[in-house]
Design a protein around this ligand. Structure first.
Ligand code: PLP
Length: 360
C-alpha cells in the first residue's frame, strides 16, 4: 500500500460547504462569503484583452498588481507577495516558519484554515478563549507558550464578523515576544476600511504580516488572488515555499482592473452593509440573536446545537445553504453570507417561519 506521511494521514480534509439543493429547488448559496455581485464591468473587458497572451506563463513577480496595490495603499511594492488566494499565503507561512517543534496560536473561533495550515506544517494548534465571539488580547497573551511561533488573527474575524480596534492589535503585538510572528488576516478589511484603522505600518517592525484578498469586496473569489505585506526577510523565506507561477495571467489582470475601479468596490461594501443591517434587524425583531458584523456575513446564534441543525435543515429544504459552525467551535451558530435582497428576504422569511412553527 502507498502511504501518506503520518501527519497527513491523520488530518481531516478541509471541509467546504456542501452545495446542493433538493430536487426542484434553486440552489441559493449563502455559505462561502462570496460577493453579492459580479466584479466591476472593467474586469470583464481587461480579462478579454488578457486572453491574447494566455499562451504565455504569467508574470511570476505580479509586477503590475504589486505596483497598483502599493500605489493604492501607500505601501512598498517590494514587500508585497501575491498568492493563489490568501489561503496559499497562510499555508506557506506555516510551512516556512513552523514544524513539529512549534505551536500556532489563534482565537477560539478563528478561521478554520489556520488549523489546517498548522497541521500541514506539523505544528500544534493552540486556541485562546474569546470574549464571547470577540478576540481577547489578554487571553491570547496568556495562552502564549515557549514554543509558540505564529499568532493568527483575522480582523474582522470569520465566522464571528467582529473586530478589535487597532489599539488592541498594537497591544497584542507589544505583548508578544519578538520571535513570534503576528499574522493579521484582513480578508474582510475593505468592509471596515471606512473606520480608518489601517495596520500595514506594523509590518515595518519585521515581525508582523498583513494579509488581504480579492475574494470578498472585489468579488473575485473565482480568480484566486490574495496578497499580503511582508518584511523583506519573511517575504524571502515564504517565496521559497510558494508555487513560483501561482496566479494565472487572467487572475492578475482581473485584480489590477478591479483595483482601478475603487468606486465599484466601495459601492459593493455599502450595498453589503445596508443589506446586512436590514437582514440583522429583521432577524433580531423575530427574536434571533445576531452579533454586530463588519463583514459580508452575519452570525446567527440559536438556542443550542440541535436548534442550529434544525434551522440549517429548514433553510436547506428550500435550497438555501448557510454554513454550520461546529468547525469554529460554534455549533449553536449558522453563518449566513449577505446575498442579494431577494435571497436574504427568502432566508429571513424561512427562519421566521421555522421559528414561529415551533423550531422543528
Ligand atoms: C478570514 C479569511 N482568511 C482567508 C480567507 C481565504 O480567502 P482566499 O479566497 O483569498 O483564499 C477567507 C475566506 O473565506 C477568510 O474568511
Amino acid at each position: 500500500m502507498i502511504r501518506a506521511t503520518p501527519h497527513v494521514a491523520a488530518m481531516s480534509p478541509y471541509a467546504l460547504a456542501e452545495l446542493n439543493a433538493p430536487a426542484g429547488k434553486r440552489l441559493i448559496s449563502l455559505s462561502q462569503n462570496e460577493s453579492l455581485r459580479q466584479p466591476s464591468p472593467q474586469v470583464g473587458k481587461a480579462v478579454t484583452r488578457a486572453m491574447a497572451s494566455a499562451h504565455l506563463y504569467p508574470d511570476p513577480e505580479w509586477g503590475a498588481l504589486r505596483e497598483a496595490l502599493a500605489a493604492l495603499h501607500g505601501i512598498p511594492a517590494s514587500g508585497i507577495l501575491c498568492g493563489s488566494g490568501s489561503m496559499e499565503l497562510i499555508a506557506c507561512l506555516t510551512r516556512a516558519y513552523c514544524d513539529l517543534h512549534h505551536a500556532v496560536l489563534a482565537p477560539a473561533h478563528a478561521y478554520p484554515f489556520f488549523r489546517t495550515a498548522s497541521e500541514l506544517a506539523r505544528a500544534r494548534y493552540d486556541l485562546a478563549p474569546e470574549d464571547g465571539v470577540t478576540v481577547s488580547v489578554d487571553a491570547l497573551l496568556a495562552a502564549v507558550k515557549p514554543d509558540t511561533r505564529i499568532v493568527f488573527i483575522a480582523n474582522p474575524g470569520n465566522p464571528t464578523g467582529t473586530r478589535i480596534p487597532r489599539a488592541e492589535l498594537l497591544r497584542l503585538r507589544e505583548g508578544l515576544r519578538g520571535d513570534i510572528m503576528l499574522v493579521i488576516d484582513e480578508a474582510y478589511g475593505e468592509f471596515a476600511d471606512h473606520l480608518g484603522e489601517p495596520v500595514f505600518d506594523l509590518v515595518g517592525r519585521g515581525d508582523t504580516v498583513v494579509l488581504r484578498t480579492f475574494s470578498k469586496a472585489y468579488g473575485l473569489a473565482g480568480m484566486r488572488v490574495g496578497w499580503g505585506l511582508f518584511s523583506e526577510d519573511i517575504a524571502g523565506e515564504v517565496r521559497k515555499v510558494m508555487n513560483p507561477n501561482n496566479i494565472s495571467a487572467v487572475g492578475q489582470t482581473a485584480a489590477v482592473a478591479a483595483l482601478a475601479d475603487q468606486a465599484y468596490m466601495q459601492e459593493t461594501c455599502s450595498i453589503t452593509a445596508r443589506l446586512r443591517h436590514g437582514f440583522s434587524k429583521r432577524l433580531r425583531e423575530a427574536s434571533f440573536q445576531i452579533t454586530e458584523s463588519f463583514t459580508n456575513f452575519a452570525l446567527v446564534r440559536f438556542g443550542g446545537a440541535r436548534e442550529a441543525r434544525l434551522a440549517d435543515a429548514a433553510l436547506r429544504a428550500e435550497g438555501v445553504v448557510a454554513r454550520a459552525q461546529s468547525g469554529a467551535g460554534l455549533p449553536d451558530c449558522l453563518r449566513i453570507t449577505v446575498g442579494t435582497a431577494e435571497e436574504l428576504d427568502l432566508a429571513a422569511s424561512l427562519l421566521k417561519r421555522w421559528n414561529d412553527g415551533g423550531k422543528t
